[in-house]
Design a binder for this molecule. Structure first.
Ligand SMILES: O=C[C@H](O)COP(=O)(O)O
Length: 345
């Protein structure tokens, strides 16, 4: 658990957390009360629209206020050291550049396995995340370790390709050794209300993944509202997503705390309705320890301990690790190391 303190130093805050606060979105109605029953949700555009548009609306002002309040919490000393290590263990260390080379991917994998070669106590990251063409190289570099290998697929980042191409992309990444697939949804289809198309494509990619976990990237910065983020989260979960993920990191805005709050509430409510737990990945634009700790506080206060592990919450980031390592060294030694303490990515 990440022990937090309010900014006024009032001491550890238990929080109103997962059981005490329904949050800006509220809970329950989609699956009980006056709302449609989850088991009866059909898979046609009409049925899915009826369900998704029957979800309670998100109070955008309430979401902003809630996340701003939580951002005032400070995480101190031993709790901070624990939280920094947890953030490292939750990290999908990512390189998704056209200029990626086998050498760069091998260096990234070495860093993923031993983020701080000077400190054997520093934990490895959760996963390395690369393009499908780099999976074989990363698989060889990670062999014999517990570091997972994620690959973006389905014509990342735009998703603008026929479904058959997306399935082939997924198949190739899994065959080359990826045990996690990060797919993008077809945002054009979603925004046009072609929900069955989006659902069926996710379900087909899920089948293609076999034992690999599927993270479904909503690209929340293109969805236009938190109501849409909530609908896209439910659609992905109904189609079989193992994780819902905010962003590709290729467009702005990427991850934001109000967006992740809405997604956390969605996975919480989905578990209450179905008994199935789905993870959340905050990705894109997260560069500092301070930002990462804000997300951990948000997880703790929204869904609590069941999600506070790398199995259920991830950060997708290309440059966050260096700042986590600098902060980790500062907590251990009391002094900041120079920038040459970490590798330049
Ligand atoms: O999935 C992870 C993102 O692509 C990384 O985005 P970033 O480069 O802004 O950290």
């Amino acid at each position: 658990m990440v022990a937090t303190q309010s900014a006024d130093g009032a001491g550890p805050v238990g929080g109103d957390g997962p059981t005490g606060d329904a949050g800006p979105v509220g809970r329950g109605r989609p699956v009980g009360g006056d709302g449609p029953v989850l088991a009866d949700v059909g898979r046609t555009d009409r049925a899915l629209r009826g369900f998704l548009h029957g979800l309670p609306g998100v109070d955008e002002v309430g979401a902003a206020r809630r996340t701003a309040q939580l951002a005032t919490r400070s995480v101190k000393t031993t709790a901070k050291a624990y939280a920094v290590d947890l953030a490292i263990r939750m990290l999908d260390l990512t390189t998704l550049e056209g200029a990626d080379t086998d050498g760069r991917v091998r260096s990234l994998c070495a860093k993923a396995r031993r983020p701080d070669p000077a400190d054997p106590g520093c934990p490895p990251v959760a996963a390395v995340c690369v393009y499908p063409s780099m999976v074989a190289t990363a698989a060889a570099a990670l062999r014999g370790t517990d570091v997972h290998l994620a690959s973006v697929a389905t014509a990342f980042p735009s998703g603008q390709a026929p479904t058959a191409v997306k399935l082939a992309d997924t198949r190739a990444a899994v065959a080359a050794g990826a045990d996690e697939i990060d797919m993008v949804i077809s945002r054009g289809a979603f925004l046009s209300g072609r929900y069955a198309q989006v659902h069926d494509e996710i379900a087909a990619v899920r089948r293609e993944c076999g034992p690999a976990h599927l993270k479904v990237i909503l690209e929340t910065g293109e969805l236009g509202s938190l109501d849409q983020v909530r609908r896209a989260s439910w659609l992905a979960m109904l189609a079989g997503a193992d994780f819902v993920k905010t962003s590709t990191g290729k467009i702005s805005p990427a991850a934001t705390t109000p967006t992740v709050l809405v997604m956390l509430e969605a996975v919480r409510d989905f578990r209450a309705a179905t008994g199935r737990q789905v993870g959340v990945k905050a990705a894109g634009g997260i560069r500092t320890t301070k930002e990462a700790l804000r997300y951990l506080v948000l997880v703790e206060e929204t869904v609590g301990a069941p999600w506070l592990s790398p199995r259920w919450f991830r950060f997708g980031a290309s440059s966050l690790l260096n700042d986590l390592l600098l902060q980790r060294a500062k907590l251990a030694t009391g002094a900041y190391h120079g920038p040459d303490y970490v590798t330049v990515d």
